[in-house]
Design a protein around this ligand. Sequence first.
Ligand SMILES: Nc1ncnc2c1ncn2[C@@H]1O[C@H](COP(=O)(O)OP(=O)(O)OP(=O)(O)O)[C@@H](O)[C@H]1O
Ligand SMILES: Nc1ccn([C@H]2C[C@H](O)[C@@H](COP(=O)(O)O)O2)c(=O)n1
Length: 229
Amino acid sequence: MTFRGQVTLDGPSGTGKSSVARGVAARLGAAYLDTGAMYRAATVAVLDAGVDPADADGVARTVAGARIEVGTDAATETVRVDGVDVAARIRGAEVTRAVSAVSAVPAVRRRLVDQQRALVAAAGTVVVEGRDIGTVVLPDATLKIYLTAAPEARAQRRAAQLGIREQSEIVELAADLRRRDEFDSSRADSPLRPAAEAIVVDSTELDQQGVVDRVVALAESAVGVGERA
Ligand SMILES: Nc1ncnc2c1ncn2[C@@H]1O[C@H](COP(=O)(O)OP(=O)(O)OP(=O)(O)O)[C@@H](O)[C@H]1O
Ligand SMILES: Nc1ccn([C@H]2C[C@H](O)[C@@H](COP(=O)(O)O)O2)c(=O)n1
């Protein structure tokens, strides 16, 4: 029997959620939704409107008026704001610095969570990654994973991803990851935390393929649960 249902993948920044979620989606023949890309796209709209990310009312108004489109095909990344392709821009430092403030605004979350649920309903079997997917967006998901990794491993991986070798820059990267995690975990609305039923997977000692294998094995052992749900 094949897996049918939803896999949620939550966890702190740089634990490997995006890469693992794509790999799992490919193995399961499932769709893939990167909800962080949606908050990043909303941040592009805020920055382009010249609104201060700390101005919650301005952020809420701007995001309410923006058309945010994110695809659910694991093989191609589609991210648009008002029809403009922002897939590369959302990964830049300016957006990364501002995204936690934008994503803490309750009206932004309500709007994007509604959109996420609609995308998931249209996608069928899907792997969804973010911070609040198992706790808030899809509380009845078939399989919930909470991905962790030691802070040093996360900083090293992000440095490798960005081609950074300088030790002082790696220390700075680690501080940025910590700052974003603290912000995302301490916000009032939908803070980052594991769902009660989530299976915690620590990727510190596993390579990317090892994590994908582990999650796919967990999904295969959940076959039947999706059909009953
Ligand atoms: N288990 C692993 N071992 C080594 N490197 C890994 C592992 N998992 C992911 N990576 C690498 O770490 C980097 C960060 O991974 P990724 O972007 O998937 O993390 P993330 O949790 O989605 O981050 P963010 O929340 O900031 O978007 C990527 O270069 C990825 O290839
Ligand atoms: N479900 C989600 C997904 C993401 N966010 C916020 C918090 C993150 O710092 C930011 C960017 O996410 P990333 O691309 O790094 O996964 O978006 C959130 O609040 N809820």
